[in-house]
Every structure is written in C-alpha cells, then in structure tokens.
Design a protein around this ligand. Structure first.
Ligand code: HEC
Length: 395
C-alpha cells in the first residue's frame, strides 16, 4: 500500500469513528433534552427535569439541573474531543486526498484551470473566511434580528457552495462545502459553546447566576449545528455518487439534498413539542430524494448519437487508448500508480463485467476518463454507450 493510500485509510477510519461518537453524543443529548419529564411539585428549583432509561442490564436515572453554588463535583465529563477529532481528521483527509497528489482531485481544468498552490489557497482561505463571516453575522445582526441573520447565513452558505462549483472539480466542490460546514460547527463548539459552559462552571463555583447572553448564544449555535448535521453527513458520503457531483446541475442537486436533510432534522426536532412530524419529515426526505432522482436525470443533449452496431474490437481500441493508462494491473499514469478502485480493463471479461458502470461513467455522467486526462472524444463516449445498450457483447 502506498503512503498516500495508507494515510487516507487511517484518517478516514478515525474520522468515521470520531464522527459517529460526536454526532451520536449530540443526538443523544438532544433526545434527552426533549424527553425530560418536567419537574413535579416539590422538586428542587434547580431541577430541569428527569428521565429514566434502561440499557446494558440496568436502569439509568438522569436529572438535568443547575448546581448549588460551590457544589461542583470532582469529576465532570465534557464532550468536546469527539468534535475536535472529527474535524482534525477531516482536515487531514482533505490534505491527503485533495491537496496532495498535485491536487488532482481538487482541480478540474474544464471548470477552472489553476495550479496546486492556487487551488489550495482558495480551499483553505474560504474555510477561514466562512467562519469569520458566519461568526460576525451572529455576533452583530444575529443579536438584534435572528431572522435576518438566519436568512443571510442561509443565502451565503448556498452562495459559497455555488461558488465552489465554479472553482473546484465537482467532487471537491461538494467536499469543500462539507468541510466548510464542519469548520463552522467546530468553531461553534470551541469558540462559543465551550466558553459558555466554562462560564457556567465559574458562576456555579462563585455562587453567582450565569451570564444569560453566553448561555443563549451557546444554545443558538448548538441549534445551528443540529440543523447542519444531516446535510453534512450526505456530503461526507457524496463522493461515492458520481451522478450527483459529476452532474452539470450538481449545485442544485446538492442544494435540494441539503434543504431536504435539514428539513427532516427540523421535523424530528419539533416532534417532541407534540406537533405533527412524520408526514412533513417524509415530505422533506422526498424533496431530497427528488433532487437525487429528478435533477440527475436531466441530461444535456448528447453531442453525438451512435446507431450503428459497435464491435467489441472497437470498444477495446477505445479503452486501450483512453482508460488503461490508469485502469490496468500496471498503470502508466503519472498520478495513479495503482488501478483506481481496483478497476482494470486488461481482459475482455473485466471490460464486460463493468459494462454498466462504463456507460454510467463515460457516457451518462461523463466523469471518466478522470478529468478527461486521456482526451476521449464525444464520438468515442457515444460508441461505448451504444455498445452497452446493444447488449455489451464480446464480438
Ligand atoms: C487518469 C486516470 C484515469 C483514467 C484515464 C480513467 N479513469 Fe476511471 N477512475 C479513475 C479514478 C481516480 C477512479 C476512482 C475515483 C472515482 O470513482 O471517480 C476511477 C474509477 C472508475 C470506475 C469505478 C468507479 C465506479 O463508479 O464504480 C470506472 C467504472 C471507471 N473509472 C471507468 C473508466 C473508463 C471506462 C475509462 C476510460 C474511458 C476510465 N475510467 C479512465 C481514474 C481514471
């Protein structure tokens, strides 16, 4: 295994584990908050509610409450490293997969031709800018008019995602949007939510009331994070789906999935207020799925159509000329020294076995050859598509 691939595996694995722990914790606490049994008469004034649960062989009795002044326990558990580890391994992955290797996955010359340095500067710079702008909006406008701040943040988020599709390769534009969201979420945790918890602890120790504004701000930021989780999780898996990021309407596909995902989260949130939720939540899921199903079917008119019978000899000729540089047991490409995804076209059987994917990637989505590095022509794409439509025969 090459060093680059090894780093990819290690960071991806850690990223997944940390991400499950972070989002899992945050969902559990959300759920706890919404299922608390309100304190009855005679309960302490500091109590905010109780809950009983059964898990792993016994009962749990959990009470949410403020503490008496000076009552701080010796051992207090925080939940912050799960978030930090998710973000840090995510940034490492961004570097290993998108920045290294000549930024091959970051840049698509047909979107915008630029060098590795310029591409990395755009990517890293926009992450810093995103946090600065988002935070500034909520520290200024957000204080007086949260509705306006929400609308503005929403527009800017989608403007940024759209901007990324004009600068980066489709796949990178999706991931860049995801890293941006993850960075904002992590900024919220470390810059706004944790300080509020520290002030709560300090106030409890000193026997004073906590500064309300800090606590409200923390709550607001944690609601933002809550809404961003579902869209972000889709983006994390999006690079498995070339028909989304490879599509010419890729921004609109992403926008619909993000709105649908956040909508599902919204109705899962309000369900505990006793409001109707299942129908609307399914509706929002349907909206996201419509984005995936309907938009990705809109095709640009094919440049060429082939109606003649295409022989297998012709198919092999095209694949020899345009694909085996990468997809072979011994690739000759300068960047891909092992066959990507273990897809090799060295034998007729291998080509035939991959026929459906070949049509998808080369003809329908046009996401292969990778960045069209081997300069396949529209005629050749159409011929490969026609061969698959004609039954992908070996003659
Ligand atoms: C410059 C290198 C390169 C060339 C040339 C190339 N590919 Fe790929 N191919 C990749 C990379 C990288 C991946 C993995 C990333 C991805 O899926 O986008 C891949 C993945 C694939 C996959 C598997 C992923 C899936 O969707 O199941 C197929 C099928 C494929 N390529 C077909 C082709 C065909 C057919 C050609 C020739 C017309 C071709 N490729 C030319 C680099 C290349």
């Amino acid at each position: 295994m090459h060093a680059n691939e090894l780093l990819d595996v290690v960071f991806r694995w850690a990223h997944l584990i940390a991400g499950i722990m972070w989002i899992g914790n945050s969902m559990l606490f959300n759920w706890l908050d919404r299922n608390l049994i309100a304190p009855g008469p005679g309960a302490s004034k500091l109590s905010q509610g109780k809950i009983y649960m059964v898990h792993s062989g016994a009962f749990y009795e959990v009470e949410k409450k403020l503490l008496e002044p000076g009552e701080l326990p010796d051992q207090l558990h925080w939940f912050k490293w799960q978030n930090f580890t998710t973000w840090a391994t995510g940034i490492c992955l961004l570097v290993v997969v998108y920045y290294m290797n000549g930024a091959a996955f970051l840049v698509d010359p047909s979107v915008r031709a630029m060098g590795q340095g310029e591409a990395i500067a755009w990517s890293a710079g926009s992450l810093i800018a995103a946090w600065a702008i988002y935070d500034a909006i909520w520290m200024t406008i957000g204080k007086r008019a949260p509705g306006v701040a929400t609308a503005l943040a929403f527009v800017l988020l989608f403007a940024a995602a759209y901007g990324f599709t004009l600068v980066f390769s489709g796949r990178a534009a999706y991931i860049q949007t995801g890293v941006m969201i993850g960075t904002v979420m992590t900024g919220n945790v470390w810059m706004r939510i944790l300080p509020s918890q520290r002030s709560l602890i300090a106030a409890t120790k000193a026997g004073q009331a906590q500064d309300e504004t800090l606590s409200l701000r923390a709550k607001q930021r944690s609601i933002h994070n809550n809404y961003l989780t579902f869209p972000l999780l889709f983006i994390m898996i999006s690079n498995h789906f070339p028909s989304t990021y490879g599509h010419h309407l890729r921004f609109y596909v992403l926008a619909m999935v993000m709105v649908g995902g956040a909508g599902v989260r919204h109705f899962m949130n309000v369900r505990y207020a006793g409001r109707m939720w299942m129908g609307p939540a399914l509706g929002m899921a349907g909206f996201a799925i419509a984005g995936l199903m309907i938009l990705t079917r809109i095709r640009e008119a094919p440049a060429v159509t082939v109606t003649d019978q295409v022989s297998f000899a012709r198919v092999q000729e095209i694949i020899q000329a345009r694909c085996v540089q990468c997809h072979s047991a011994k690739p000759t490409d300068d960047q891909f020294v092992v066959a990507p995804n273990n897809v090799m076209f060295d034998t007729a059987e291998r080509i035939q076995a991959m026929a459906a994917r070949i049509k998808d990637r080369v003809y329908t989505n046009q996401t292969m050859p990778f960045l069209n590095k081997t300069q396949i022509t529209p005629q050749e794409r159409a011929e490969l598509g026609a061969w698959v439509d004609q039954g992908a025969k070996l003659k």
